[in-house]
Design a protein around this ligand. Structure first.
Ligand code: PDD
Length: 287
């Protein structure tokens, strides 16, 4: 992590930045978050992440902690103080600090805000993307509101740990009907034998990925066929290519599922093209 964190109105040294023990984010996971990719110190998909933040907060009846304009200034200042060019910017907003009670505080408290940033080595990230990654599958065991980006990430953390223990980079949740919902921290995609790019629609219980949304716009602009319907792990294994999207992954090739290769078991041309197009677009439109 960067050396400086923003905590409730102040920039603090990271090692000395703390939240209160009665922060509802800590005690009850009563908090939401957002993650922006940083390109050359600028925020990618700025508006898309803001729109989702506002929606997550409003679904939980937590107030925006400050205006979009003020929050943008603080986000940028965190990037500046940490001198980050390429990296990730994290924002957590909790309902605030109040004596422990499951129900919301009766006397309104201000939302609590934490912002941190970390640098990413793009050369390393590109080397990883050039090799591709493996995913495992795990049973879907999350709550019914995965469209809200809450910090309640225990099932995601458990799934990611299971992936790591099996030498994989991501875990795909599979629902009761046998369909992949999404990754522990990314959306899941395949490229069908006929070249159609497939990812499930967001009426399902998944996060409405901002990277997913931008990539769909790119696909449309490029005239590439899109299929927004669910797929099974078996279908992924018969696909030509697979990949994941997210602020961290960007567009990252998946070359194996549960130890079995997808297509040729190497990074495919469509995924490489889409990674390049997404990065170009994100870089050009970062603010
Ligand atoms: N994760 N699905 C889940 C469960 C996620 O946690 C994420 C992002 C995505 C992709 O969303 P987006 O394209 O808006 O980043 C999908 C972030 C990066 C994280 O938890 O670190």
């Amino acid at each position: 992590m960067g050396r400086i964190a923003y905590v409730n109105g102040r920039f603090e040294r990271h090692a000395e930045a703390f939240v209160h023990i009665e922060d509802r984010g800590y005690q009850l996971a009563d908090a939401v978050y957002e993650v922006w990719a940083l390109f050359d110190g600028k925020l990618a998909d700025l508006e898309g992440h803001f729109a989702r933040l506002e929606r997550s907060l409003s679904e939980l009846q937590i107030a925006m902690p400050m205006s979009r304009k003020a929050l943008t200034l603080v986000l940028r200042e965190t990037v500046r103080q940490n001198r980050i060019r390429d990296g990730l910017l994290y924002l957590q907003v909790s309902r605030g600090v109040a004596p422990r009670d499951h129900a919301f505080p009766t006397n309104p408290v201000p939302p609590a805000v934490v912002i941190t940033a970390k640098a990413i080595d793009r050369t390393e990230a590109e080397a990883k993307a050039a090799k591709g990654v493996s995913v495992i599958t795990v049973p879907e065991n999350r709550w019914g509101r995965c469209d809200i980006k809450t910090v309640g990430l225990l099932p995601n953390a458990m799934a990611k740990q299971a992936a790591r223990l099996q030498g994989a980079a991501e875990a795909w949740f599979v629902d009761d009907l046998g369909f992949v919902t999404e990754g522990a921290s990314s959306n899941a995609w395949i490229v069908k034998a006929d070249g159609t790019v497939k990812t499930r629609d967001t009426n399902a219980n998944i996060l409405r990925g901002v990277t997913r949304h931008t990539l769909l716009d790119i696909l449309q602009a490029e005239g590439i066929a899109i299929d927004q319907s669910p797929f099974t792990p078996e279908e992924a294994l018969t696909a030509r290519e697979a990949f994941i999207t997210g602020a961290g992954a960007l567009v990252l090739p998946v070359i194996a599922v549960d130890g079995k290769p997808i297509g040729s078991g190497t990074v495919g041309p469509m995924t490489s093209l889409l990674r390049r197009l997404y990065i170009e677009q994100a870089q050009a439109s970062a603010l």
